[in-house]
Every structure is written in C-alpha cells, then in structure tokens.
Design a protein around this ligand. Structure first.
Ligand code: NOJ
Length: 744
C-alpha cells in the first residue's frame, strides 16, 4: 500500500523536496520589531523549511505552522524540535548525574516527564538522549553524557528512549527521541571539544556504538550526527558508519539530522568546497541540514549537473544526486507521518495538557537525591536537625549554576538554593559565608559568562572571604562547605586543561579543616573533578553535580537524612587531572609486572601516594550493607547453557538502603587484549533495616563476545571457550571473584 510519504513524493517538485531537508532555528521568530518578515518567515513563505528547532512557546509554534502551510503548495507541515537534555521547563540533574542513580525507572520517568512538558508546547522531537560514552573529564560535554561505561550507557539509552517515545511517537505527551551524537563524540583527542577521535575499530564497536544499538532497538526515531571525525573522516561525511553501519547493520530506519552547521563544517575539516561537502553529506546519510542552509543552496545545481571533484576524490552523477534527495526527503516525510503530522498538521499544538509542575518538582527532588554520590562519611552524616550548621562556599545561595549546562528552557527562579532548602527542612537558617569565589580570574569569568551570568565574583579579597567563613564556622557545630565549578565550566565548547577543584577552594577547605569542626564537603560540578587532598580533609564528602531545579533540596534531604544516599559514580574520579582519559575498564599492559619494575608501579612518577581514589561504581549509603560469598550454578558449562551467579546481600544497618549490586567480568585469555575488567550487569535492590535478599545474575556465553576489527567492513564479533572471571561487589574495585569455564 502506498503511504502518505509516497503519495506526496509523487507530486513534489525537486525544489519542494530540497525544502524539506532544511532544518532551521526559530531564532527571532517570524517578524522583527518593525514587523518585517525575518529570513525564517521568508523561507517558510517559499516552502523551504522542513522543520524548526528552538521555538519558545506554543503560540510561536502555531504561528510558524500556519505560515509553513500557507507557503507549501502540498500543505506539508513542519515538525518542531528542541534541546531537552535533562528536562524541559522542569530541569532535572545533569545526565551524568542522573546516570549515577543507576536507576533506569527513574531515568525513564524523567524522560517521560520532559516529553510531556515538551509536547505540551508543541514540540515533536527532542535532541536527546545524549549517549556519548566519555572517559575524559577534560571534555566539557561529559556533563551531558551517560558516563564511561558502554553497558550502563546502553541501558540508559534504552530507558530514556522509552521515556520519550512511550509506545509511539504520535502518542499524546510523547516525542521522538534523537540519539546523539553519532558517534565517538565523547572521545576527542586531548579532550578538546569537536576534535577528531582516533581510536581502534574495536573500541568504537565495543565502547562507543553499543548505546546507539540499544537506542535503535528500543525504536528511537532519529539520530544526530556528531561534529568530530572518526579515524580521519568527519562524521557528517561518514558513509560507512551512517549508511553502512547504523542503517545497514542495526537496521535503523529513522531520520538522521546534522548537528548545527555540521554540513558546512565539512569544508573546514578539509573535505572540499560547499558543493562537494553537500554531496558527501547527503551520500553519507545526513537527511536534514541544520541551520547552515547548504543543502538549500547547493542541491539544485548538483541535481542538475552532478559533481566531479578529483581533488577531493569524489564524483557523483546528477541522477544519483536526485535519487539521494528522494531518499532523504522520503525519510523526512516518513518521520512526519510517524508523528501523525501528515494526518493532522496541528497534532500536538495545543491539544496536550502540560503535566503538573508540582509533580515535576517532586520528581526532580527525588532525582537529585538519587544522583548525588556520597563518597566519604565518617559518621558525620546524616546531620541532626538541631545541629547548628555553617553553610560556606560560593554555592550556598546559588541558583543559576544549579541548572547545569544545556538547560535551555530552564529558569533559575525555579531553583531553591541550598541555604533555603536547609532552612525549609530544619526550620532554622544556617550561618552562611561566601568563603571563596567560583573563579578569581577576570578573563575566565568573562568566558564563563558568555551565555549569561553564572559567575559573579565577590569583590572582597580572598583573605577577607576566608576570615568571614572562619568566623561563621567557629560558631557552628558542623561546617558544610560547597565547592566546585560553574554551570558554564562544563558543557559544549568547555573543555578544561585541568579538571580539578580550583586552588581557592582547596585553601578554603584547608582553613575550615583547621577549625576542628566536623567538615562536610559538597561538590557541585558538571564533570568528574580531581579532588586531590580535599577528599582526605573532608569528614564527609558528597558529589552533588549540578542537580537541576531541585538539586539543592535533594542535597539537603541527604545531609539531614530525609533521603538515603544511593548514587554510584558512573565515571572514575581521577586523582589528578593529568590521569585522563581514565576508566575502570583499562587494559592490562606487560608492565607493571608483579614484583618488578617498582619505579613504574603507580603509572605516574609525580602522582603522590595516599590520595583517596574513588573508582567507577563507588558510592556509600547510610545503611550497613554486607555481601555474602557468591557462587555459580556450575564452575564449567557448555556455551548453550546459562549459568547463575547467586549471592546474599544484607542490610545490617538501621536505615533503609538502596544497593546497586555490580557484576564485572574479565576474559584473561583472548585473541586480543581485553579490558582488565568490564561492567557485565547490575541489579538495584531496596533493603529495609535487617533485610537480607538473594540476588541472582544470569550469565550467557554470548555476552562474552567481543569485536575483532582490522577495519570497519571486516569487523566480526567472536567468542572463545575457556576461563572467564566474574567479579561481584558494590563497585568496580571491591569485588569477590568467581571463575567460570565455558567448555565450548
Ligand atoms: C549543537 C549541539 O552539539 C547539539 O547537541 C545540539 O542539539 C544542537 N547544537 C542544537 O542546539
């Protein structure tokens, strides 16, 4: 049966088809102050826009849709997209923070809530989930990522896709997910945003691609290409990865959009002038061109004359270009059809009720408490409500930074600051002091404030700030000091040479430690920061990230025991910024060799001993969790069998606890070097005081398959019989090991 898209295609002119491939930003809207038509309005009148992102209200979406329909001979509607990265109006914790909850239901719920808010404003597609695995804290966009591990990231990709899309993208209160950024955007050389990712095909297949496979399996309707090159070929021109792998191997049948001016940027990547790069991007499988308008400018002539560019090593006939335009246009129309827009262009514009803001706040507060990771606690936490608290540091009253990066529709007025949250919870106002500036450097302050003010230094000298903080601390029973980084420190184009706590924050913590008062350090940040000696000085240490509108309330709940800490790091915290990239899944080398080569033992000559390391998966609670000895249903098994690994987990404490039981694996003998250990599975359980539960993991031989890939085209997944090891525990370091042998 001929579908809607085919019927339209049969009637469309070449110009109309090219118009559908143009994706524009809403920008200033349809008219300027003097009621002049904006460039966007002119494009709509000419039928030259397929979709718009960044509309800021239902009314503007409606006006744009009406204008598009007037300008389109065949009445083809627009669809509307937006960056809904960690919530829409209701801003949830940063994705890297939410990942630390390891709570897939929570992640699905936050995505579903964001979808409902977005849909109620006429949006059809969100540029999320961002599923770029990243092992480099220097890269600012690690804030948006699901952390360092492919298995965890894949589960999150699936959960978020379910949350956004429900059982269909045309459903009320749901939107189309857009998996991004395809691919390896999280592995730029030196951690510099946009840089080439130079990596083995094995790593690409085993580390960076699995979240995309999971999102596609869950039915994600669209994908965004990434800015970077992978092994020398820019992703917007990467036909082998987009058409070859994504569509060919995973069976993805949805829409691929470019990133912002990503097609145009191929010229800067060195791939040739506009006509060449447009033909290459279209050939690679980029269906829509975001903002750059190069498809609009170049495709008419390319469809007329084709292209022959020997200097760029690229040629294509006019008829092939026309066929590619048809392919891309058909995908755009099919996407609109799936959204229900070809039936009803105003579907979703005005007929979806916004979800309750109150329900959103509750969810955001729970999410914030679940995302923060308690890294250290000598018993100082939870605080008694009667404790006299000195709340020190530049984040005590902060609202703006709490939203975190990429919160384009959030409003900092919705944030309840930490000092207000503590007051509301305990009934008494904490003593407060600024203590230290977020940054002290004018130049950096200006750079961080490019998108609006997030950093406003206190003009007093550091010594004066410190003095005031010490006075407050001396009057208190306990000191809570807030340190970290600004919202704009992390995010796009915010790579950092030194992902560490600023020196002034170290000095503040050291001075407060001298008071002898119990010291609780709360870190607000967008990336994993090397904490250095701060970790040792703290009596309790909470990594709270940028937690969204209710971030500080979630922190207050944890500090005073109204919520129980359950976050587990989804990244390894480096000891020193120079250790990056870093992950738990590092590969063994020939050295260090047990008992020899002492000098090389630590990996870094200048890394001091005795600094606390917080491994991937690490996090504490207020319970007293005990792991029983694990056992397997058989120490050896044929590959066709499943093996069960069983262990008991007990909460011997007197508070409820949420425990994430983590199973790692290693494959000590293989055809190539495998990671020393890698996350294999995890289960989250809630335990009442005194409760004991049996946890069972199913192990299948197929899960040990790994890629061998001399090239992308010749890649194959293989598995070998023999010994594997299973390591179970509360984090990637503190595990118990069981051997298992696959007989076949
Ligand atoms: C650039 C970013 O890389 C991408 O994540 C975002 O969705 C687009 N701009 C649109 O804002």
């Amino acid at each position: 049966m001929q579908g809607h898209a085919d019927r339209l295609m049969a009637e469309m002119t070449l110009a109309e088809k090219i118009g559908q491939l143009n994706l524009l930003a809403a920008g200033e809207g349809l008219t300027t102050g003097a009621a002049q038509a904006t460039p966007l309005a002119q494009r709509l009148d000419a039928g030259q826009v397929g979709a718009i992102f960044g509309t800021k209200s239902l009314a503007s979406a409606r006006a744009m849709q009406e204008r598009a329909l007037e300008g389109s001979r065949l009445k083809i509607p627009l669809f509307f997209a937006e960056d809904v990265i960690h919530g829409h109006r209701t801003v949830f914790p940063l994705p890297v923070a939410l990942t630390c909850s390891w709570d897939l239901d929570l992640i699905e719920d936050t995505a579903a809530f964001a979808a409902a808010e977005a849909a109620s404003e006429g949006l059809h597609q969100v540029y999320a989930p961002m599923i770029d695995v990243s092992r480099d804290p220097r890269w600012g966009r690690i804030a948006e990522s699901p952390g360092e591990d492919p298995l965890l990231a894949a589960r999150i990709a699936a959960a978020a896709t379910r949350g956004f899309q429900g059982t269909g993208i045309a459903e009320q209160a749901r939107v189309a997910a857009c998996l991004k950024h395809f691919v390896a955007y999280g592995a730029p050389d030196s951690g510099r945003d946009y840089d080439n990712a130079s990596l083995s095909w094995e790593d690409l297949l085993a580390v960076y691609l699995p979240p995309f496979v999971a999102g596609v399996r869950e039915g994600a309707a669209s994908v965004m290409a990434s800015f970077n090159a992978v092994n020398k070929l820019a992703m917007h021109a990467h036909e082998p990865l987009i058409e070859g792998w994504l569509r060919g191997k995973t069976g993805f049948g949805g829409l691929v959009v470019s990133d912002y001016t990503g097609v145009k940027e191929l010229t800067a990547h060195g791939l040739g002038p506009a006509p060449v790069v447009v033909a290459r991007a279209l050939h690679a499988g980029i269906d829509m061109d975001m903002v750059g308008e190069d498809y609009l400018a170049e495709l008419p002539a390319l469809a007329e004359a084709g292209i022959d560019a020997p200097d760029a090593g690229f040629a294509m006939s006019a008829s092939d270009i026309k066929a590619l335009i048809d392919r891309a246009c058909h995908r755009v129309l099919s996407f609109k059809d799936r959204l229900g827009l070809l039936e009803d262009p105003f579907r979703g514009i005005g007929d979806t009720q916004a979800p309750s803001r109150l329900a959103g706040r509750k969810l955001a507060r729970r999410a914030a408490a679940r995302s923060a990771v308690l890294l250290k606690n000598d018993g100082t936490l939870p605080l008694g409500e009667a404790a006299r608290v000195a709340l020190v540091g530049p984040f005590a009253h902060d609202r703006r930074n709490m939203l975190g990066t990429w919160s384009v529709s959030g409003n900092s007025d919705d944030v309840v600051s930490l000092s207000e949250a503590v007051t509301a919870l305990t009934g008494s106002e904490p003593l407060t002091a600024w203590g230290a500036n977020i940054v002290d450097d004018d130049w950096l302050t200006r750079r961080l404030n490019v998108h609006g003010i997030t950093v406003e230094p206190d003009p007093r000298s550091e010594a004066d700030l410190l003095l005031e903080a010490l006075e407050q601390a001396r009057q208190a029973d306990v000191v809570v000091v807030t340190v970290g980084e600004a919202k704009e420190h992390a995010g796009e184009s915010s790579s950092s040479l030194s992902p560490a706590l600023p020196p002034a924050h170290h000095r503040l913590v050291s001075a407060l430690k001298e008071t002898g008062k119990p010291l609780v350090v709360v870190v607000f940040a967008g990336r994993p920061l090397a904490l250095g000696a701060v970790a040792d000085k703290a009596d309790a240490l909470l990594y709270a990230w940028h937690g969204g509108i209710a971030g500080p309330e979630g922190v207050a709940d944890l500090l005073f025991g109204a919520a129980t800490p359950s976050g587990r790091m989804c990244v390894t915290l480096p000891l020193h910024p120079g250790e990056t990239p870093i992950s738990h899944a590092e590969e063994p080398t020939g050295r260090p060799f047990p008992g020899a080569f002492q000098k090389f033992r630590t990996g870094w000559l200048d890394l001091p001993d005795g600094v606390t390391r917080f491994p991937f998966g690490f996090g504490l609670g207020y319970g007293d969790i005990r792991y029983g000895a694990p056992s397997v249903s058989g120490a050896s098994a044929p590959a066709s069998d499943k093996v069960l690994l069983t262990l008991d987990i007990e909460n011997a404490g007197d508070r409820e606890a949420v425990e994430t039981v983590q199973l790692y694996a290693s494959d000590p003998v293989a055809r190539i070097t495998r990671p020393a250990r890698f996350l294999f599975d995890f289960k989250q359980i809630r335990l009442s005081p005194g409760e004991r539960r049996e946890v069972v993991f199913e192990i299948h031989a197929a899960q040990f398959a790994y890629p061998i890939a001399p090239s992308l085209e010749t890649a194959e997944w293989v598995r070998d019989p023999g010994l594997v090891q299973l390591h179970v525990g509360p984090n990637s370091r503190d595990t118990q090991t069981v051997d298992l042998t696959w007989d076949s």
